[in-house]
Design a protein around this ligand. Sequence first.
Ligand code: ZN
Length: 323
Amino acid sequence: MSRIIAIDAGHGMGTFGKRCLKSIDPAQTREWYLNDRIADLVEADLKKHYDCTVMRVDDTTGAKDISLSARVKAANNVKVDFYLSIHHNAGINGGAGGGTVVFYYNDAEMRAKAQRLYNAVIARTGLVGNRSSKVAVGDLYVIRYTTMPALLLENGFMDSTHDTPILLTAAHAQKTAQGIVDFLVKELGLSKNESVQDTPASDKPQENGPYITVNKGDTLSRIGKRIGVAWKDIADLNGLVSPYTLHVGQKLYIPSKASMQYYPAYTGKKTTLAAALTSIGVSSSYSFRVKIAKANGITGYLGTAAQNTRMYNLLVAGLLKRV
Ligand SMILES: [Zn+2]
């Protein structure tokens, strides 16, 4: 079964105090920037090469410092398989020490996982430093209140004369991301994608992208049904706004295969799975929900409230796999 991994780039761009020490890095690079750079690399690598789903629970624009409780709630609701929080450390005030630390919450099994993450990252970065505890118990919100295995990586010190110049480099971010991916692949037994293709990162219409031509009598809903795509996807991709008037011969881009893995994240007000599906133009019939459930690893779908809630949460997160 495909795994879901929550990744959390700690803080937001504007979070007070979380930045490199000015005497070492005059630009005072924000911690969020460093965290996010690694999170992005991990996310891209996993999505491209492995059969898994990555859920970002931070604000990937950095504009907002999403509350820790909201991060945890999102991961718990979706019941992700693993939660990783990426941070950079501070606290040695311009000293020469530093190094990598992995925090876990409170049990031997998590300690072993923390050690494995530490080893995997160090194998790539070599940023060992002088920490006496390389893996440590941390009573930290995101690892304490998540209901799945969760670790918090402190990837070197932003106020160390030794670490800071290293962790500012893109090469260090790359190595760290690779170490994290090495760990997750082993830990979660991720399998390689059957066919790895280089697909454009952007879902925006491409000059040569797939498109269809509008026929007489076509509506977005009819086209959607005909090609098996939520009409909302077609509208979004083509920048159409309500009321959706089409004209005969109009060229409409349709989502590429790569962007068709999930239904679009549901942002409407409906609070039930069936109503939410209907409102984005996807059938909510029982037999179709059985298919969606199966595609999302929910076996023995009976339409129970718990099963529907799970699928609804995935839909809201933009992580409900299409059938
Ligand atoms: Zn931090």
